[in-house]
Design a protein around this ligand. Structure first.
Ligand code: PLP
Length: 392
């Protein structure tokens, strides 16, 4: 007799991140002996800086193997607050800082707090796929904020504000952004914040995980800079991208006073605390030398130049210069391909892993995402393979 366990309905609606499926398929093909160039997954290809690794090893030798406070160790919360205050020139209290196991966890917590049937949550499309997935899981209605190439893949304040209704509970902002690499200019953020003053009951989650990954003098404007919304702002950030620490599962959030305790209780109920040696590594990452970040960004800048130039030389492909993160989001409409079949064929036939734009939302049709977290020679080889593929 087959069992019917009646899992709750939310799980019928929960989505996925196709980047992980592409990673698995790329691995499978590579295990079969195929030469695969992976421009799919969004993680720096650099190692975690050695001083950061050493700090974790030392923490274990020093006996930091037990539970820590659920909110994170005090010196790390202080370091996060100081780092944010210094970089964004605005006061941040360590009492509002929560250390979490990965950047994703903050969106999970924030969306759980505001998502329920009848609620609407605004999220960027194309955008990080987990926003929509989690919104759907809660039963809330996802409302896509289109992120347009014609607007440099930045948020439009007017368009975002026009989508707010009395049911809107939370707005998710992401700049610099995945998957398009757009950076929303200060003037647009200011206009957005000004407009949001008319909607005092709407919470804002600002995903700033790529905040140090900027090119050509682009500036990041943190939403922390606006005191008028600080009492409803949730900041998402972490170590994954800036310090090449995706597998450590480390992140942090800044919560307003009124939400902090709810977030803390979620931590107690779900993950208890972030693993202790990883927290000591995170402390070293923030307080130790920062030249690793600079070196990584110098390498990314060169790759970005190459990838954008070469993509623009492919038949039917055009690519605007992304101002942030490490993704190119070329427009492939004139190739005659739909985005997902193109990404699939590029992997299967040309050995190049990319992600189809629709994996980031319906407004991603006509685009594919290339993560240029790979070496210059590999990027060159990948584009040549794409050229041969598109020419046949
Ligand atoms: N936010 C954005 C926009 C991302 O692109 C990612 C990862 O790709 C995350 C959050 C999640 O980061 P983490 O790996 O620290 O959970």
């Amino acid at each position: 007799m087959s069992v019917n366990l009646g899992i709750v309905k939310g799980f019928d609606r929960i989505g996925e991140e196709n980047a992980f499926a592409v990673l698995a398929r790329a691995q499978e093909l590579s295990n079969q002996g195929q030469d695969i160039i992976n421009l799919g997954i969004g993680q720096p290809d650099f190692p975690t800086p050695p001083n950061v690794v050493e700090a974790a090893v030392k923490a274990l030798h020093d006996g930091h193997h037990g539970y820590t406070p659920a909110v994170g160790i005090e010196p790390l919360r202080d370091a996060v607050a100081n780092d944010l205050a210094k970089r964004h020139k605005t006061p941040v209290s360590s009492q509002n800082v929560l250390i979490v196991p990965g950047g994703k966890v903050t969106m999970f917590a924030a969306i759980l707090m505001f998502g329920e049937p009848g609620a609407q949550i605004l999220y960027p499309d194309p955008g990080f796929p987990i926003y929509r997935s989690m919104i759907e899981f809660t039963g809330a209605t996802p409302v896509a904020v289109p992120i347009r190439e014609t607007n440099g893949f930045a948020f439009s304040a007017d368009e975002t504000l026009s989508l707010i209704t009395p049911a809107t509970r939370l707005i998710i902002i992401n700049s610099p952004a995945n998957p398009c690499g757009g950076v929303t200019p200060r003037a647009e953020i200011e206009a957005l914040v000004k407009g949001l003053e008319q909607f005092p009951n709407v919470a804002i989650m600002s995903d700033e995980i790529y905040d140090q990954m900027l090119y050509d003098g682009a500036e990041h404007t943190s939403l922390l800079n606006f005191p008028q919304i600080r009492d409803r702002l949730i900041l998402l950030n972490g170590w994954s991208k800036t310090y090449a620490m995706t597998g450590w599962r480390l992140g942090y959030s800044v919560w307003p006073d009124s939400l902090f305790d709810a977030a803390r209780k979620l931590a107690v109920n779900c993950w208890s605390c972030v693993n202790a040696p990883a927290q000591y590594a995170a402390l070293e990452a923030l307080t130790g030398p920062q030249d690793c970040v600079e070196q990584m960004m110098t390498a990314f800048a060169k790759r970005r130049e190459l990838v954008v130039r070469e993509l623009n030389s492919l038949p039917g492909v055009s690519c605007i210069n992304p101002s942030g993160a490490f993704y190119a989001f070329p427009n492939i409409r004139d190739t005659g391909w739909q985005a997902k079949p193109l990404a699939k064929e590029l992997l299967e036939k040309a050995g190049v892993a990319t992600i189809g734009g629709p994996d980031f939302g319906i407004h991603g049709e006509g685009y594919i995402r290339l993560s240029y977290a790979n070496s210059l020679p590999n990027i060159e080889r990948a584009i040549e393979r794409m050229r041969s593929f598109l020419n046949t």
